[in-house]
Design a protein around this ligand. Sequence first.
Ligand SMILES: *Cc1c(COP(=O)(O)O)cnc(C)c1O
Length: 513
Amino acid sequence: MNKPPEHRPEPTAEATGSVSQSTESLFLGSDEGTDAYRTAMERTTDAVLDAFVENADPYSGANPESLREEFSEMEIIPDAGEGLEDALESVEPVLRNSVGVSNPQCLAHLHCPPMISGLAAEAMLSATNQSMDSWDQSPAATLLENRMVEELCGLFGYDEDGDGVFTSGGTQSNFMGLLLAREWFAKERFGTDVQRSGLPHRAKAMRILCSEEAHFTAEQAAAHLGLGENAVITVETNDDREMCPDALDRTLAELDERELLPFALVGTAGTTDFGSIDPLSELADRADEHDLWFHVDAAYGGALALSDRHRGLLSGIDRADSLSVDFHKLFYQPISCGAFLLRDGSQYEHIARNASYLNPEGDSAPNLVAKSVQTTRRFDALKPFVSFQALGRDGFGALVDGTIALADYVAALLSEHPSFELLAEPTINAVVFRYRPATEMDDDRLSWLNEAIRESLLREGEAVVARTEVDDITALKFTLLNPRTTLTDVADILDAIERRGGSLSAVSPEVAR
Ligand SMILES: *Cc1c(COP(=O)(O)O)cnc(C)c1O
């Protein structure tokens, strides 16, 4: 065996390159480390403010080719380090070409401006670097996460049997909901413990129901769960893009006739494109009647629970067996931050497992690893915690209400405007519409035109607008998450869209391509 060194070996000049850095200055724990940390955080703040926040436009306009070229010249793993200050400077082109999520004209996705309270919490949770898998790696963090989960369960109407865990977002939360649904059903119906023995023989007949507008992660989860995405049956929606209970009844009857085995029903509270909310109470009735696991994907709409005015839209959510809520959308927390909640925490037994190094059997410590599909896990719960402390439920409610009111104004503006077609009345704050010039135009050309408008706005960094398809024709979408976006901001973007629409309409798509 080697003898332990008596002195800590310092990196040699060759190892640290031209800038000599002591080990002490690389880590927290000494005076030198404290100074380096302070400097690093100050420089980081300056860099973000100078290269990112000060940009007037929501995007630099750089295209993938120019960014590829810029980064191809960067040395990614230099032989010799240049020291922290230079390293931070090298991030400048990344900051400069980042999409300006805090800019009022950045309206594309469910991609929020992060609240400053969340940014501060993010700095603390990464500096403390607690890991949520075992209690001995995150003593206070584990218990605070548990308190947050308790509170969230209460917010959605679960009683003290509720439980849950923070996740990386809706994708993971939806996966967990369907994972538990699969394990529960296989156990109840066939006595199969899927975690140990794999899928039951009749797994090929198992079906998951969701609406046509549900998020693609229902299919993704079905694929990951070994059921295949064809196990997902979509149910028709009405004109407001909400699942039709009658259509659900018809689908259930049909599945029954074909001797298929529906086991999970996914309701969406806030569809990604339209913000529409399925009739949750009616879905819960069907789930009761047919003995289905009822999962509600409230990744987007969950924040309505904080609003006195709009909470009613979520009525019935307390009857969900499990639900997904994202904090990195309408709760304005930095990515990533979501939660998975379970009405009856004892259902966790279906996926519980013990690792001798983390949570050996019989260990009484509150080790969260058994509640998650992750092992090492971030303390993301700190972000909404700090933001709730800072803003309170009323403050959050007011933000959400404000953006919903803006969406209603924008919808009214669009429906009165001769060059625009409003494609759905907004439920939350997503507004889907299309530019439609007075001259007649076939569907393909209309699709091309709307896409060309979107691209040109992005390329010139003027506005970041999303696209989707409605009735197989490209549509534009504003996701009005940013509480700082005003009606004037939106009206300016509509003017820009109209101007571009006018000039692009004159171009033949073949030429433009
Ligand atoms: C965003 C979203 C998801 C996916 O969540 P991530 O946080 O991106 O993993 C799932 N469902 C809905 C309705 C969403 O809006």
